[in-house]
Design a binder for this molecule. Sequence first.
Ligand SMILES: [Cu+2]
Length: 236
Amino acid sequence: MYELVAEPERCPTSLGGILRHGSRFGGPAKGRLLRTPIFLTAFLIAGLLVQGPGVGSAVVPVQGVQILTTIDYVNVSATEQTLFTPSQVAVTPGDLVRLTITQLADFNHTFTLSPLANFTFTSSNTSADLSAFFHAHPPLVNLSLGSVPGKKSYANFTAPPKGSYEFVCLENGHFRQGMHGELLSGVAAPANVVTPITTLDVTIAGAIALGLAVGILAVVKMRRRVPPAPPTQPPT
Ligand SMILES: [Cu+2]
């Protein structure tokens, strides 16, 4: 008549229950005690690797799953003095470049990036010369910045193969006033701008996974020291 009363010893739904009932999977006692934390750790790490953005983000930063792509954040300003600052920015070939251009002037500029490696315009080139060039060689990036000071414009692109790529402003006369610069992809670069944060995020995710695994192992050890509860006695 007591068939429906749950017997904890047969229902290893808790961690302690699973540990106490390792023998149901067979094998010597030492082996089963080792297998359970290893299984839990592998399960945890597998979960970290396969989860998509937003899934489980309470535990691991979303950036932590972006393992295969490194992002280079590049910020350039276009000034009232018809200059780009900085005029040299560095990226790594193949990285995803997230480019932000901040307009500081109250008149239009463009940010127009040449697709040709190791090519530079001559200082006597007019805006018409530049436009003709970009008609023949479509730019990697071509942003018109508007004329509102403080406005930001954005572009995402894949960093080109190793080389130096010139960027210019196509507004009349601005290039000849010095409004140009270089995107250095995989070549000697100034010590600024590039921040491959995704590599750091992967490290953080790995550290969190390791910390969780150590925590689980600690819990497992503590649970092993607690003697199992006596079996529930059916009412008489
Ligand atoms: Cu300009």
